[in-house]
Ligand binder design. Structure first.
Ligand code: TRH
Length: 362
């Protein structure tokens, strides 16, 4: 039975099919973890590639059931809340079980993140599923109070602040990952991007920078270290999500991609450069500009324009323009802007709270 109005669901099923890379599993695993550990819900994550979670969320199975997608074909009991992530198409068996309940579960279609304005109006819109007559509601993560918000663990910002204000903690963490300690003479960055990003132009430019630059790049093989002029690139083993946060927190600038690392970099309160996931008909560029419009609202006009250009350069493979040095020259202003943005996000309820609040309204 679904819980009475004004209460939140006790049990939650999340369905996820991995399209590519780690983002879909990363988002669903993170949400599963938070709903189980902070909200004390009974959560089952049905996922077609459970192995993706081993490295990024090694302790998830201690808190929630991780169930291979094939098991959904034997699905009988639905949870109070069913989350279909990224329109992954629930198996017929699941739809049948949902229809069989006297009071059907709350069915949420958790969508991809966008800063586009329409997300404000399309968020939380219900529709009737044509085949089953069940009600399904679109849930759009986003940056404004009118959207579904962003995943942000309850203590994340307190942990981040403690870590960022404690050089010893940062040094110990770095030592454990074979990274050099923080050094005020150096600029440290993390880098996680798609193969299409213009890394060659970036590395060229940074190798002649006026200060040493150290870039830390999590990779799955070919670990090692390479120095070219002012730039040293450290290829380190891929991290868990928890450690990846610490990497973002300890760096002066973070190159991130996709969706989840992009959000975590914003919550790190440090400047970022976003390598956006390419979509058909250049739809991703509209998404990129929508984000920049919001993110740079409080920046000076000059900074705003050049920052937007830098973000665009980072998304064009054949780019040879050299704006990276400009970026590093303006790190202080960019850090102030990144902090303001993080505070703006911190003031809003996170996605899990909005999701559970939404269930109460039904
Ligand atoms: O991996 P991504 O490119 O993921 C996605 C998918 O491609 C998806 O299909 C697409 O729709 C979406 O992007 C927009 O990038 P993302 O979203 O940043 O996910 C990476 C995950 O990996 C995230 O949860 C953070 C995690 N991670 C670690 O845990 N450790 C690491 O060392 C790194 C670099 C990342």
């Amino acid at each position: 039975m679904r819980p009475a109005p004004n209460s939140t669901p006790d049990s939650i099923d999340i369905f996820c099919r991995v399209i590519d890379n780690l983002g879909d599993a990363g988002v669903c695993g993170r949400l599963t973890h938070q709903l189980a550990t902070e909200h004390h819900k009974t959560v089952r994550l049905f996922i077609d590639q459970p192995a993706c979670l081993n490295q990024i969320l090694p302790d998830l199975a201690q808190h929630a059931a991780i169930i291979p997608w094939s098991e959904a074909l034997r699905y009988t009991d639905t949870a109070d809340l069913v989350i279909e992530a990224f329109a992954c198409d629930l198996p017929d068996r699941v739809l049948t079980a949902m229809m069989k309940r006297t009071i059907p579960p709350v069915w949420i279609d958790l969508e991809y993140l966008t800063a586009e304005k329409w997300a404000d109006t399309c968020h939380a819109i219900p529709s009737t599923h044509p085949m089953t007559g069940l009600k399904k509601t679109l849930f759009f993560p986003g940056f404004t109070p009118l959207t579904g918000g962003l995943i942000r663990e309850r203590d994340l910002i307190a942990h981040r602040n403690r870590f960022q204000n404690n050089p010893q903690d940062q040094t110990s963490w770095r030592q454990a990952h074979n990274l050099p300690p923080p050094d005020p003479d150096c600029i440290d960055g993390s880098i996680f991007c798609y193969p299409g990003a213009p890394c060659a132009a970036l590395f060229d430019d940074l190798s002649t920078y006026s200060r040493p630059v150290r870039l830390f790049q999590p990779v799955t093989h070919d670990y090692g270290q390479e120095t070219r002029g002012a730039l040293t690139l450290y290829r380190i083993p891929f991290l868990s999500q928890k450690d990846y946060d610490r990497l973002l927190w300890t760096c002066d600038v973070n190159f991130v991609r996709g969706e989840d690392s992009f959000v975590r970099a914003q919550l790190a309160g440090r400047p970022l450069l976003w390598n956006i996931y390419v979509q058909e008909e250049q739809a991703h560029l509209v998404k990129l500009d929508a984000f920049l419009d919001l993110y740079t609202t409080a920046f000076s006009e000059d900074l705003r324009k050049t920052l937007a250009k830098t973000f665009h350069l980072w998304n064009e493979i054949h780019q040879t323009d050299k704006l990276w040095r400009w970026y590093l020259d303006h790190l202080q202003q960019l850090t102030e802007g990144a902090n303001r943005w993080s505070v703006y996000l911190e003031m809003q309820p996170d996605l899990s709270d909005r999701l559970l609040e939404f269930c109460k309204t039904l």
